[in-house]
Design a protein around this ligand. Structure first.
Ligand SMILES: C[C@](O)(CO)[C@H](O)COP(=O)(O)OP(=O)(O)OC[C@H]1O[C@@H](n2ccc(N)nc2=O)[C@H](O)[C@@H]1O
Ligand SMILES: Nc1ncnc2c1ncn2[C@@H]1O[C@H](COP(=O)(O)OP(=O)(O)OP(=O)(O)O)[C@@H](O)[C@H]1O
Length: 284
């Protein structure tokens, strides 16, 4: 039997850091939602007790460094499953982009193996397992739209954002999340984006207020390290996006656009200097 799971990309409409914690992680407050750019996972039981990962792309690890491998190993160990699995990752989400591609693959693996092996694990338990794999994984397990706190694993689900177009552009640079958090001077931040204002914008379904409320304190680090990310933000605004922000630790920048008619100009303008540009919808 084969099981299929979709692993969508996430964007952070808001990312605030409150402080650095004793354990090295940062206490965050984020508003996350999913977009319809997704990896597709195919899972099949193997006769031997082993985990095999494959992918159509050659630039991700396929061994125990792969987050889908780690998710499969974790669920096997925790629930004493002595069966093997073959997992094929059809990668569509750009890698090391700030879109939680690896985290979403891990979450999809947890959901898929729960079904494949009839384990009856609750969503809360899957989130707890996910938190052992990465801070973004619990949100990727549930999807939807949520305020995430703690190091990202404490989720409060809220209503979806107003529907709009999302233009994603990834400049050709690799950004390490650990490096960005490591360089952040959390106690020197002058501006903190407002969770209540963004929550209200979403509750009211106000596209304008959502655009006005976008904010990500990790931009203070990534935009300084990579001025091309700042240029990309400026270009997107100039080309007509209604609101723009870097997602996660970057380098992907997303633009929110209400009118479809604006999309060709933005897409073509960005494609002039950025190879990876995607036009998607919010997943509601
Ligand atoms: C930037 C975001 O993607 C925004 O959604 C997340 O905050 C990061 O999520 P992630 O990639 O799943 O992060 P993890 O794999 O748990 O951690 C990677 C590294 O980022 C740093 N990290 C991550 C999350 C957090 N709240 N504080 C941190 O300081 C830590 O140095 C950690 O070693
Ligand atoms: N299934 C996977 N897909 C993509 N990358 C993976 C996967 N498993 C492990 N990796 C490794 O993880 C690193 C980060 O990739 P990923 O695409 O998850 O980053 P990201 O989008 O910045 O994540 P986040 O937004 O959660 O910080 C890559 O350098 C890659 O080698």
């Amino acid at each position: 039997m084969k099981i299929y799971e979709k692993a969508p990309a996430k964007i952070n409409l808001l990312l605030d850091v409150l402080r650095k914690r004793e354990d090295g992680y940062h206490e965050v407050e984020m508003i996350m939602t999913m977009v319809d750019l997704a990896d597709r996972l195919e899972m099949e039981e193997l006769p031997r007790d082993t985990i095999i990962i494959s992918s159509q792309v050659g630039y991700i690890p396929l061994d125990e460094k792969n987050l889908a491998f780690q998710a499969a190993r974790l669920i096997k160990e925790r629930y004493d499953v002595r069966k093997g699995v073959y997992i094929h990752l059809d990668k569509k989400i750009p890698v090391a982009a700030g879109l939680a591609g690896g985290s979403s693959d891990a979450a999809a693996t947890l959901r898929g193996l729960n079904r494949l092996w009839d384990l009856n694990i609750s969503e809360d338990e899957l989130c707890e397992l996910g938190a052992e794999l990465g801070s973004d994984v619990p949100f990727c397990v549930t999807g939807g739209t949520a305020i995430a706190r703690g190091r990202g694993e404490k989720l409060e689900h809220i209503g979806p954002p107003p529907q709009c177009w999302v233009v994603l552009a990834k400049p050709p640079i690799n950004v390490s999340t650990a490096d960005v958090y490591g360089r952040l001077r959390a106690n020197e931040l002058k501006h903190h984006p407002s969770i209540p204002a963004m929550r209200e914008a979403l509750t009211q379904g106000s596209f304008q207020d959502m655009c006005a409320g976008l904010g990500n304190v990790l931009e203070t680090v990534t935009l300084e390290m990579y001025p091309e990310v700042l240029q990309l933000k400026e270009s997107m605004l100039r080309l007509g996006a209604d609101g723009v922000l870097m997602s996660g630790s970057g380098p992907t920048v997303f633009g929110l656009v209400s009118k479809e008619a604006k999309l060709p100009r933005i897409y073509n303008g960005l494609r002039g200097f950025c190879k990876e540009v995607y036009v998607v919808r919010m997943l509601t």
